[in-house]
Design a protein around this ligand. Structure first.
Ligand code: GDP
Length: 426
């Protein structure tokens, strides 16, 4: 069976933990989109890890970790990440990289930096990992697939052709040093050495695995609101964050994705620019940021403080719908135990009208939150294993949100560890 683990919001919902937990019963975990621009934080017996490229199943001996064709593959990052986990005594994971995955080129990272510099105050808040230039090139058909590393003559010729365009931009738009074709070729040959042991026809591998009844997890990065089509365009990422894209980015039939587990955090956080209706500021935000996640809400890749907000039912209802949610995993609920009262955003007021359907970006910019305040539970809920043992006000908070979003909350995460999970049989 194939299941997807995806985010309903702006990312950082705790997908890594849920994937890591579900990976116990999985055979294969696949990354199908995005690149090293976002990270998952995982806490387990080996230590605490921030993964950017490897799927969150690499800590188990029985799983195969796959980088699908939809990923923006940064080969040195992959290589270093494998090293960083094996250095901490994690057994060498089984890793496969799609021969159709495209590679982040050194100049993609430079172009990302140069463009952010050029846009200055109007920038998108990119993590400067080269993701937008990478996907632009992929769709402009000047990207490089892993498979191309194995035909050196054709590769040389293509580099020469692609670099003409790049150098025009470097010289005239960015006024930066030009790219040297030979240097790029040599770098790619280094990449070839690093990636060669893992390269495989991933879609064929997965096809057979599905036939054999293997359990496959598709691990999404970021969340619905960062999807280029359905998110808060243009403050989005450059590849689809939706479970549906899992079929494309892994190369499997769409009808095989039977379960879509959408991860939803008990409050909101976001990174980068863009409208964030339920955002809070000042001391209130600092307190939540400090207590949030596991050791505070700071970016796993960049370390930058995340923007904080109350739970947003409008955004989450939409985020769950657009994912095609079958199950909601409600995470980081333990963090809210310090609050006397917990505001929740239940509607958006736009030009005097209250709506509960998530609007397009131009309207979103004008939206003001309609808040409803629920009583807090003022208790540490970590360690609780059964739903009925949760404090009444905590259950009321969960059930209120479940009703507002309209999708079943079947898992409640009350701590960063694998075992901090309450399964709710619905
Ligand atoms: P992802 O990108 O969706 O995987 O999310 P991140 O890893 O960026 O953020 C989730 C953070 O919350 C990490 O630091 C996790 O260790 C932590 N976390 C996940 N679930 C829980 C939970 O239920 N409670 C607490 N306190 N922390 C959690």
């Amino acid at each position: 069976m194939v299941q997807a683990v995806v985010g309903a919001n702006w990312g950082d919902e705790g997908k890594g933990k849920i994937t890591d937990m579900l990976a116990e019963n999985a055979d294969i975990i696949v990354r199908f989109q995005g690149g090293a621009n976002a990270g998952h934080t995982i806490v387990n017996n080996y230590g605490k890890f921030a993964l950017h490229t490897l799927p969150s199943g690499v800590f188990y001996k029985h799983t195969t970790s796959i980088i699908g064709n939809g990923v923006a593959l940064n080969i040195p990052v992959l290589f270093n990440e494998i090293k960083s986990i094996t250095d901490k005594n994690v057994p060498m994971p089984k890793i496969l990289v799609s021969d159709r995955a495209q590679m982040v080129m050194p100049y993609h990272i430079l172009f990302d930096q140069y463009e952010e510099e050029r846009l200055a105050g109007k920038s998108f808040g990119s993590t400067k990992s080269g993701i937008a230039p990478f996907y632009s090139d992929k769709y402009a058909k000047i990207g490089f697939q892993v498979s191309e590393l194995f035909d050196e003559a054709a590769l040389r010729e293509k580099i020469d052709r692609v670099i003409v365009q790049k150098n025009i931009l470097l010289e005239h738009l960015y006024k930066k040093p030009l790219i040297d074709a030979e240097e790029i070729f040599n770098t790619l040959m280094e990449y070839k050495k690093m990636v060669e042991p893992y390269v495989c026809d991933v879609s064929a591998f997965l096809w057979n695995a599905i036939k054999e009844g293997k359990n496959i997890l598709l691990e999404g990065q970021l969340g619905s609101l960062k999807d280029p089509d359905h998110g808060i365009y243009p403050m989005v990422t450059s590849s689809s964050t939706l479970a549906a894209y899992g079929a494309i980015g892994a190369g499997i039939p769409p009808y095989e994705i039977k379960k879509i587990i959408t991860v939803v955090k008990a409050y909101s956080s976001a990174v980068g620019a863009g409208a964030f209706v339920s955002e809070i500021f000042g001391d209130e935000a600092d307190e939540l940021r400090k207590r949030g996640g596991d050791g505070g809400e700071y970016g796993a890749t960049t370390g930058r403080p995340r923007r904080m907000g109350w739970f947003d039912c409008v955004a989450t209802k939409y985020g769950c719908r657009i994912q095609g949610t079958t199950d909601v995993a409600f995470t980081v609920l333990d963090v809210l135990g310090y609050l006397d009262e917990i505001p929740v955003c239940v509607g958006y007021e736009i030009d005097g009208e209250v709506i509960t359907d998530f609007p397009t970006t131009s309207k979103l910019e004008k939206a003001k939150p309609v808040l409803k305040t629920l009583p807090g539970w003022k208790e540490d809920i970590r360690g609780i294993k059964e739903y009925d043992k949760l404090p009444l006000n905590c259950r009321k908070y969960i059930e209120f949100i479940e009703e507002q979003i309209g999708f079943p909350i079947t898992m409640v995460s009350n701590g960063p560890k694998r075992e901090d999970i309450i399964i709710r049989n619905k």
